[in-house]
Design a protein around this ligand. Structure first.
Ligand code: BG6
Length: 507
């Protein structure tokens, strides 16, 4: 189809997806409503999906196809971010939506699903290709894969079968290994797509373009020039009705073990030989394995645990974590976690990487700040801007961009310097809508591209980073809550950086 300039749109048709069906286990859950179905609809809107396409929702609740379609219509219309809801397109998309109820532990579910998929393959010409998406509670991941295996749904002659597994992959190092063993007893590694949606974020992918598509940054990207790195993922929301899940997880497991360690790996990894799944994943894995193991006796020095207490903001009372529904009033769960990590390789030895995340912080912002060493000599004396080392900030969300702080002469007499910013902003530069992480990752899995999915060695390496902290925390009783909702976290987090002469930036 000709584009605006009469040319073929290179993005739209570069990698056509083969006909296929997507089966979502956990179709009644929040992720399906908020993220997966809006992403699939948006891909249909972009004409990225093949003519032969279908979605089968699976969950325990009994429902007809039509009831499922109506439910999904409401969700898509409500949760579609920055795009129009087109009734006509929905009607044709909805014809490809089906629903199958059943229990993941019950073999009759898979027998029914198998029949249904055969029928749908004929009716919708999906060619027998199937992407299974496990968006259930984590305890169901292994039983679902085993159920698929027992019913021979995991393989089919002349077609592909793939399985996306949502996070969390394991609750700790040993359960992650056990889950992997069970999944691998059924599936080949090439069929497993372990999702970490942060890797699908446009701004996270752009870190690789920024680092390896430019000649001037990489020479500075090492211990000689970088003083330290700060990764911040702040959320202003609380646990939003997920108190039960969150109480078992906590911030370290929920955000750092997966999302933020993957971001760190993207910032710090070596250049891959080519932009291909194994080459990129090898480098990410190598970096994660190079993170210095935290010794139990060092945990109090390099890890901070926080939990928010109640506060009043603008006259409005905000509950503390322990007052949230489903949360134990004596809960020791971390709603804030910060770590100081070091990477034991030639590029990074001795450079601290500070990572923090928390709920009920003053605003929603995720960014990475790379602070460079100061100029070796203060030629301009006190007015010389020596207090302001160069700072590169990669803004992941909500505002997306990159800025570089440097010193500039203040106009007028004398030689006074002041920090100024050089700014890149996605919106202004490209003016195009950014696809959501789930759109990108679903499309990649449909195309068979695992570059932005994690591999078992990456998952295990990142559990190895956080496990000593989890172990030490489980044996210590903390005086919680230790920060007020709406503040930047516990004072001990500032102390952790101060011990090395650093300060958390206010993003
Ligand atoms: C999820 C966590 O994986 O990521 C949530 O379970 C968190 O607790 C969310 O809110 C953050 O994702 P995003 O894309 O909004 O930054």
């Amino acid at each position: 189809m000709p584009g605006l300039l009469g040319l073929e749109d290179p993005l739209r048709f570069n990698n056509p997806v083969a006909p296929c069906a997507v089966v979502i286990f956990g179709a009644n859950g929040d992720l399906t409503k908020r993220k997966l179905m809006p992403a699939l609809y948006r891909l249909a809107y972009e004409r990225r999906l093949p003519a032969g396409f279908a979605v089968v929702g699976v969950s325990r609740t009994a429902m007809t196809d039509d009831a499922f379609r109506e439910k999904m219509r409401e969700s898509v219309a409500r949760f579609l971010e920055d795009s129009p809801f087109d009734e006509e397109l929905w009607r044709s998309f909805a014809q490809g939506l089906f629903y199958q109820s059943g229990d993941i532990g019950d073999s009759s579910l898979y027998a029914g699903l198998s029949q249904r998929l055969e029928q749908i393959a004929r009716q919708r010409s999906t060619a027998g290709n199937v992407l299974f998406y496990l968006s259930t509670s984590p305890s169901q991941y292994a039983p679902a894969v085993e159920g698929l295996g027992a019913a021979h749904l995991h393989r089919r002659e002349g077609a592909w079968r793939r399985v996306i597994i949502e996070k969390p992959f394991g609750h700790d190092q040993s359960s992650a290994r056990e889950l992997n063993d069970r999944v691998r007893s059924v599936l080949d590694e090439q069929a497993i797509y372990r999702i970490d949606h942060y890797l699908g974020k446009e701004t996270v992918q752009n870190i690789l373009a920024f680092r390896f598509g430019n000649g001037i940054f990489e020479p500075l990207w090492n211990r000689r020039y970088v003083n330290h790195v700060q990764v911040t993922a702040a959320e202003s929301i609380g646990v939003e009705g997920r108190g039960g899940y969150y109480q078992e997880a906590g911030a370290l497991r929920d955000m750092i073990q997966n999302h933020l360690l993957q971001v760190l790996a993207t910032i710090a990894m070596e250049p891959p030989a080519e932009y291909a799944a194994e080459a990129v994943r090898d480098e990410r894995a190598k970096l994660l394995k190079s993170i210095q193991r935290i010794r139990p006796e060092d945990v109090p020095r390099v890890a901070v645990k926080g939990q928010y207490g109640p506060a009043r903001i603008g006259g409005e009372p905000l509950p503390g974590f322990r007052e949230e529904p489903g949360v134990d009033p004596l809960s020791q769960t971390d709603t804030y976690a910060a770590l100081t990590l070091e990477v034991d390789n030639w590029r990074w030895a001795g450079v601290p990487f500070y990572i923090r995340t928390g709920k009920r912080l003053p605003k929603r912002v995720t960014d990475i700040a790379i602070e460079f060493n100061r100029a070796p000599l203060a030629v301009f004396g006190d007015a010389g801007g020596g207090h302001w080392p160069n700072l590169l900030v990669i803004r992941i969300q909500p505002e997306e961009g990159i800025s570089l702080r440097f010193s500039s002469k203040v106009p007028g007499a004398g030689m006074n310097l002041r920090p100024v910013m050089m700014d890149f902003n996605y919106g202004t530069s490209f003016g195009a809508r950014t696809p959501t992480a789930y759109e990108t990752l679903l499309l990649d899995a449909l195309e068979g591209d695992a570059t932005l999915y994690t591999r078992q060695d990456m998952v295990e390496a990142s559990w190895a980073v956080v496990q000593p902290v989890l172990d030490a925390w489980s044996e210590t009783k903390f005086d919680l809550p230790n920060y007020a909702a709406g503040s930047w976290g516990p004072a001990s987090s500032d102390d952790m950086l101060a011990a090395r002469g650093h300060v958390w930036r206010v993003p």
